[in-house]
Design a protein around this ligand. Structure first.
Ligand SMILES: [Zn+2]
Ligand SMILES: [Zn+2]
Length: 109
């Protein structure tokens, strides 16, 4: 059984072979038609949908955005790419011990 997905680059419908195993994460996929790379996201139902163009997988720059969440300091200096599932950590921007202490002191009192 194979499925068709629409390539975000050439907009052709290309056949893909579903993975045997169940993946929850994005999968990098190379278009059979234009050889561009992009990511596929496997829905729990094993329907595939295209995440979008991922120029960073084709020799371009990652589109970094700051991760957010709670507690806030935990995500300081942590970035995730908008277009693919790459992550990076900027050491200089990580929360300092003082900031962490401050957070825990505040929540304990
Ligand atoms: Zn294509
Ligand atoms: Zn990327």
């Amino acid at each position: 059984m194979s499925e068709s997905i629409k390539c975000p680059y050439c907009e052709e419908y290309v056949e893909i072979e579903p993975y045997d195993e169940h993946y929850e994460d994005c999968q990098e996929y190379e278009c059979l038609n234009c050889s561009k790379n992009f990511e596929l996201y496997a829905e729990p139902t094993i329907d595939y949908s295209v995440v979008g163009k991922a120029d960073c997988l084709n020799g371009g720059e990652h589109e970094w955005r700051q991760k957010t969440g709670s507690p806030e300091f935990y995500f300081k200096g942590k970035y995730i790419c908008n277009d693919c599932s790459a992550t990076k950590t900027v050491e200089e921007e990580l929360a300092t011990k003082a900031e962490m202490d401050d957070y825990f002191n505040r929540s304990n009192s």
